[in-house]
Design a protein around this ligand. Structure first.
Ligand SMILES: [Zn+2]
Length: 358
């Protein structure tokens, strides 16, 4: 009750009834697929560029926002690589992480799994230990300030050699704080998952959870390979599964979690519009789908916007959207007692929100 009252006061609405968009924004949420660097705020990036003295054409936040527009997936990767080049000190990750979680709290997100790709920065001579330390400082500050819980997953990156990926597992072993999972992002069309099978086997033995991006830029075979060779517990994206009815049925039967990112898929041209996104079809067929914001800053989105898009273009009602929140909790990499506690508080809050829907 306290939360609802606060929320409505913030909106300047005196009556306690909410319209559906306000109710969607008030839903307690979970974000399972979120990239740390893809959450960099344009103002933070501009500060870093200025502080480090880079000579760039970016003189304002507007210039940076203009750069964050893409013709296709390859163009997006090009911009991403450019940003990586500006991160010349490990300490920047504290601000980047804190900003990311502040934005998450604005969507009423309570639990986050943040993906981090150390390889990109190790190549620029940044130290893993210092980067994870800075990220954890950002996580600790955000927990104190916003009450948001965060775990880290490490993206091993498809372009890595076997030895590079194994070295990253060595680094995780030495610096394990808040790291719960491995992930595999990068160029899906040129680097299939099979060579990472021994790396994922070792990660599992280390007690890490297993996730991979698959079925975003490549077809359904990429998803099958992630399941068969990497034994992943969840799939990031999974869009191209819709081309393979057997795979859709397998994902449903095994209840493999799918971390979908609708706005990201529109921005990179994976789908032509939100209306064309398979999340509705997967949800109706009983697949364990969740909705996430991927690289929110680079794609001009946040979790509130993802939820509103699903409501406006794919007919998800408040109950459906609440179900997506429970799906995400169900597959979150947190302890069972924590999961039960969060489920209870989500249920109570959601019942209250539904009761106040005007
Ligand atoms: Zn992603």
């Amino acid at each position: 009750m306290f939360f609802i009252a606060m929320y409505i006061t913030d909106l300047g609405i005196s009556d306690v009834r909410m319209n559906v968009i306000e109710a969607i924004k008030a839903l307690p949420k979970v974000e399972l697929h979120l990239h740390t660097l893809g959450s960099i705020q344009p103002s933070t990036l501009l500060n870093i560029i200025n502080e480090a003295g880079f000579d760039t054409p970016y003189k304002s936040v507007k210039d940076i926002l203009h750069r964050f527009q893409y013709t296709d997936f390859t163009h997006f990767i090009e911009v991403y690589i450019e940003i990586v080049g500006y991160i010349t000190e490990e300490r920047y990750f504290e601000q980047i992480t804190f900003d990311m979680l502040r934005k998450c709290s604005e969507s009423n997100t309570r639990y986050v799994e943040a993906s981090f790709s150390p390889r990109d920065h190790l190549q620029h001579n940044l130290e893993f230990r210092k980067m994870i330390h800075a990220i954890n400082n950002g996580i600790d500050s955000a927990r104190r300030e916003f009450g948001i819980e965060t775990n880290i997953r490490i993206d091993l990156v498809r372009e890595s050699t076997h030895d590079e990926a194994m070295e990253i597992l060595d680094l995780i072993e030495k610096n394990p704080r808040n790291i719960v999972s491995v992930d595999l992002g990068g160029d899906e069309t040129r680097f299939p998952p099979k060579p990472f099978a021994p790396v994922y086997k070792r990660a599992k033995e280390m007690g890490l959870h297993l996730v991979a991006h698959a079925g975003e830029a490549a077809g359904p075979q990429s998803i099958w390979d992630a399941i068969n060779f990497l034994e992943v517990e969840r799939i990031g994206h999974g869009v191209s599964a819709r081309q393979d009815p057997k795979l859709v049925e397998y994902l449903r039967e095994k209840q493999i979690g799918i971390e979908m990112n609708p706005v990201s898929n529109v921005r990179t041209g994976v789908v032509t519009s939100i209306k064309e996104h398979p999340i509705r079809e997967f949800y109706d067929k009983g697949l364990l789908v969740t909705v996430n914001s991927d690289d929110p800053s680079l794609f001009h989105t946040d979790l509130n916007n993802e939820f509103v898009q699903l409501h406006e273009h794919l007919g998800f009602n408040l109950q459906d959207l609440a179900q997506l929140c429970f799906n995400a909790l169900r597959i979150a990499f947190i302890s069972e007692p924590k999961k039960i506690e969060l489920e209870r508080s989500f249920r109570a809050e959601i019942d209250q929100i539904i009761g106040q829907l005007g």
